[in-house]
Design a protein around this ligand. Structure first.
Ligand SMILES: Nc1ncnc2c1ncn2[C@@H]1O[C@H](COP(=O)(O)OP(=O)(O)OP(=O)(O)O)[C@@H](O)[C@H]1O
Length: 360
């Protein structure tokens, strides 16, 4: 009988991230996993399209045996076999977040025997998930510091509710992840930004976003460069209505921090612009090195890396605590959390030094 590690999907955040991290680690560590109470804290618990497509993609990559991979399923058993690097294609036929599907499969394909390409159709800019620009401009340079090389191309942008965005993710395998030290903020240098709009939305929405964001950044950080480009996605690149903003701050020590916002229904450009710039300004003011969303996304990589990783961030999010819970259940790791009076949190962990068995 298979001995499954059981992960409680209702613990802390109770969203899909526990499932994604549990399955990625299951493949790498060759530990069959049973995830119960999946997304118990979401209004519609169980597997949504995004999770189901992610699970099925990972099943194909890991030649896994799976039960419970049905829409709205709240329990799943996953027994992986071997990692197969290849070209994969997945059409979600919905606005399921492409970046969250990548969040699940990327740690696995990094440890395959050759490069992989993953072509996914779904949503590129949807709520409660990283926008593709965040993955390209914030996740990519941050993971590079651990030795990760990926390239993300957007062939088509897709928004809620129709999706039909399309991305290609190219992943280079590596032998081991390097531990990362993201604790030295250095000096704040610049903020670059992009505000996009598509479909039948008027230009003024993008300008409202741009003006509010720039005004706020200049007010808070006079004398610092803040450059926000406005871009219209032409119909060959995006069929439906969508608008959003991504701001990226860089520091003299190469720290990259991001904040992003998205308009879906009844878009208020001024609200998006000032909200996103206030979020980023908060990170800069407190001189943190890892933004609130990158926190949880780094945990799995810290657990797998060789050596001690340390990241200096703001208040610990529930997503991060959930990711730590899953990593500690699945792998032989222990995360250490230290707080200081100014609201900083230092997360550290001695990684397991996971080694790619498919690379000589
Ligand atoms: N604005 C954002 N920028 C970058 N990353 C984000 C942003 N919003 C959410 N994320 C990331 O997306 C992931 C969402 O995980 P969560 O467990 O909430 O997803 P989910 O349950 O699968 O989604 P949902 O329940 O919303 O369908 C986390 O890694 C989080 O950091």
């Amino acid at each position: 009988m298979t001995a499954f590690v059981e992960i409680d999907g209702s613990y802390l955040e109770g969203g899909g991230q526990a499932l994604r991290n549990a399955l990625s680690l299951s493949v790498l560590l060759k530990r069959p996993v049973r995830v119960v109470k999946i997304r118990a804290n979401r209004p519609k618990p169980g597997l949504s399209h995004q999770h189901l497509h992610g699970v099925n993609l990972l099943r194909d990559i890991a030649k896994a045996d799976v039960t419970g991979n049905k829409l709205l399923s709240t329990e799943l058993e996953f027994t992986p076999h071997k990692i197969t690097s290849a070209m994969y294609k997945m059409d979600t036929r919905t606005a399921a977040s492409i970046t969250l599907i990548y969040q699940m499969i990327m740690p696995v394909l990094l440890f395959g025997g050759s490069p992989s390409r993953v072509d996914v159709i779904g949503g590129t800019n949807v709520s409660f998930s990283p926008q593709v620009e965040y993955m390209q401009q914030v996740l990519q340079p941050t993971l590079k510091r651990l030795g990760v090389n990926f390239d993300l191309k957007v062939l088509h942008y897709g928004f809620y509710p129709r999706g039909s965005g399309r991305c290609l993710l190219d992943i280079e395998p590596l032998r081991m992840l390097k531990a990362v030290e993201l604790t030295d903020f250095g000096k704040f240098k610049t903020v670059q930004g992009l505000t996009y709009y598509a479909g039948r939305l008027p230009k003024c929405i993008a300008f409202d976003i741009q003006h509010s964001a720039e005004r706020e950044m200049h007010r808070l950080w006079p004398g610092h460069e803040c450059n926000i480009q406005v871009h219209k996605h032409m119909p060959d690149k995006a069929r439906d209505n969508g608008a959003g903003l991504i701001l990226v701050a860089e520091t003299s020590t190469g720290i990259t921090l991001g904040a992003a916002g998205l308009g879906e229904k009844n878009i208020d450009g001024h609200f998006i612009g000032s909200n996103v710039s206030c979020e980023l300004a908060g990170y800069i003011k407190h001189e943190i090195c890892v933004d609130a969303h990158m926190q949880d996304q780094l945990i799995i990589y810290m657990a797998l890396a060789q050596g001690c990783s340390r990241i200096l961030t703001g208040p610990l999010t529930k997503h991060t605590r959930t990711a730590i819970y899953v990593a500690e259940q699945m792998a032989d790791v222990k995360f250490n959390i230290e707080y200081d009076d100014s609201g900083h949190t230092l997360i550290s962990c001695e990684g397991i030094g996971y080694c790619n068995e498919y690379l000589a």
